[in-house]
Write a protein that binds this ligand. Structure first.
Ligand code: KPL
Length: 298
């Protein structure tokens, strides 16, 4: 049994999960870059209805040794490894650390650098954004948590009790890979062309780009032994573009705000897998070069 879940990453998804865990009675604490123990009010808007919640907060530097026995990480992929590392002194031995971000590669990095961490991964299709002080829950989605070949641990039971659309997967890599392919097909093009997701269907030149990218994504999936990705990459991408036509992708939002994008953990991960498996992916490589060159951390 986890006493309290600590949430690392106070963006829209972090706040949304704080609300979900609060509703489940799991008494979450949102970790902030600085500050003392306190509370923050979250106004959650869904379908025109507003709900106000109070969630406990704590600055990372204020954490006591052994204070955290469950950590949910909702930062951007770029920040996740450093943010988790800063929390390590506060983690009890074997505390679950659950990574919930776009892209792949952070879990491997943390596993390599801190083999004692009890890491899990997750992926969500929830849609949320902040409109001033209001957290807008724009699209109801599903969230899958898991670890390869591992049945759901006891702490997960508390997540599924409240019908919050959580499920467990013993093949989480399959779910993460599927989301990665979708993000590879949509995010870089929308960031580069400064367009909403729907333009990738409406504009014939962009749609042709999506198709070419998906051919490469399918080839890497096949070489990786992922038959579903090999057969469905294009269908998955087109389906998500259609359902999220009015969305600005997360990468477009980052690019417009002048923030580093997650390109290294999305297309960058795909390209490194392609290189490992000897599959040529020139279109994805070109997008990686173009978008990575605008990241400030270069
Ligand atoms: O996950 C997304 C993102 O923007 O990062 C998609 C599914 C592409 C929706 O915009």
């Amino acid at each position: 049994m986890i006493r309290r879940w600590y949430i690392l990453g106070a963006g829209a998804i972090g706040r949304l999960f704080a609300c979900k865990l609060q509703r489940l009675g799991l008494d979450p604490v949102m970790l902030l870059r600085s500050g003392e123990h306190g509370k923050t009010g979250i106004t959650l808007r869904r379908d025109g209805e507003e709900e106000k919640l109070q969630v406990d907060t704590c600055g990372i530097a204020q954490l006591a040794v052994g204070e955290i026995d469950g950590l949910l990480v909702t930062t951007k992929a770029n920040d996740a490894a450093m943010a988790v590392t800063a929390c390590i002194p506060a983690l009890v031995t074997a505390a679950p650390v659950v990574l919930l971000h776009n892209g792949m590669g952070v879990l491997e990095q943390l596993q390599r650098d801190h083999p004692a961490l009890n890491l899990f991964a997750g992926t969500t299709t929830e849609g949320a954004y902040r409109d001033g002080e209001i957290l807008v829950h724009a699209g109801l989605g599903d969230t899958v948590f898991g670890r390869e070949q591992t049945p759901a641990p006891p702490w997960f039971a508390a997540f599924v009790e409240g019908n919050e659309r959580f499920s467990w997967s013993q093949d989480i890599d399959e779910a993460l890979w599927k989301k990665l392919l979708i993000n590879c097909a949509i995010n870089p093009l929308t960031a580069l062309h400064r367009c909403r997701n729907g333009a990738l269907l409406d504009n014939p030149a962009l749609r042709a780009e999506v198709e070419l990218l998906c051919e490469e994504l399918a080839a890497v999936s096949a070489a990786r032994g992922n038959a579903r990705g090999a057969g469905c990459a294009l269908d998955w991408a087109l389906g998500v573009i259609q359902r999220t036509a009015d969305n600005q992708s997360s990468m477009l939002q980052d690019a417009l705000a002048g923030r580093d994008t997650e390109i290294r953990y999305i297309t960058g991960y795909l390209v490194s897998e392609a290189q490992r498996l000897g599959v040529p992916v020139p279109r994805n490589e070109a997008l990686l070069r173009q978008l990575d060159s605008t990241n400030a951390s270069n």
